[in-house]
Design a binder for this molecule. Structure first.
Ligand SMILES: [Zn+2]
Length: 187
C-alpha cells in the first residue's frame, strides 16, 4: 500500500489548481489581478513577429508590481525576416520563448514571483528554467480543448508538452493556476 498516496494527492491539488465554473470562487480574491496580468500578457504577445503563435509573458511580485515582460522571438540581432518564421523547423530552433525572455530581462531575483503567460501555459523546455529561476507560481489558460471538451489544434500541437511541464511543476512544488477556457472567456 502506498501510504503517501493520499498525502500526495492533497499536495498536488494545492500546487495545481484548475479554475473551473464550479470552483472559481476559490480564487475570487486573486481573479482581478490574474485577469489584469493575463490581459497585459495578451497585449504584449502582439509584439511577437511569429505569424502562427504569438505568446506574451508577465512576471509580477507579491505586491503586484511588474518585474519583467517578454514575448517570443529570435534572439536580439538575429535576422528575423518573415521567411525564417515560415520555415517551421528553423523557427523552432531559433526562437526564444516568451517565458525565457521575461526571465532573462528581469533585473532582480525571481523568488516568490508569479509568471503569467497568454495564450498558452509554459512548455516543458521553459518549465526547467522557470523552476530553476525560483518562480513561485505560474498562471495561464487551458485553451487545449473547446467548450465541448474537444481537443483544439493547439491542443494537438502543445498538449503533450504542457502535460510534461505540469508534472515538472508538481514535482518541484511550483504552484499553478490554470483557467479553463469557459471561465476565462466569462471574466
Ligand atoms: Zn516554452
Amino acid at each position: 500500500m502506498d501510504v503517501f498516496a493520499g498525502r500526495k494527492r492533497r499536495r498536488e491539488f494545492k500546487m495545481i489548481l484548475r479554475v473551473t465554473e464550479l470552483n472559481k470562487n476559490l480564487v475570487k480574491n486573486i481573479i482581478k489581478w490574474d485577469k489584469r496580468f493575463l490581459d497585459l500578457a495578451e497585449h504584449i504577445s502582439q509584439w511577437s513577429k511569429d505569424p502562427s503563435t504569438q505568446v506574451g509573458a508577465v512576471i509580477a511580485d507579491k505586491d503586484n508590481r511588474i518585474v519583467s515582460v517578454g514575448y517570443n522571438g529570435f534572439p536580439k540581432g538575429v535576422n528575423d525576416d518573415e521567411e525564417r518564421y515560415e520555415d517551421r523547423e528553423q523557427k523552432y530552433s531559433l526562437i526564444v520563448h516568451a517565458e525565457i525572455n521575461a526571465i532573462l530581462f528581469a533585473q532582480k531575483g525571481l523568488k516568490n514571483t508569479t509568471l503569467y503567460t497568454w495564450p498558452l501555459p509554459p512548455c516543458e523546455r521553459c518549465a526547467g528554467f522557470i523552476i530553476q529561476s525560483g518562480l513561485e507560481t505560474v498562471v495561464s489558460i487551458d485553451l487545449f480543448s473547446d467548450k465541448e471538451g474537444k481537443t483544439t489544434d493547439r491542443g494537438y500541437r502543445w498538449g503533450e508538452s504542457f502535460e510534461i511541464a505540469q508534472k515538472m511543476f508538481q514535482e518541484s512544488s511550483v504552484n499553478m493556476r490554470i483557467y479553463e477556457a469557459s471561465v476565462w472567456q466569462g471574466l
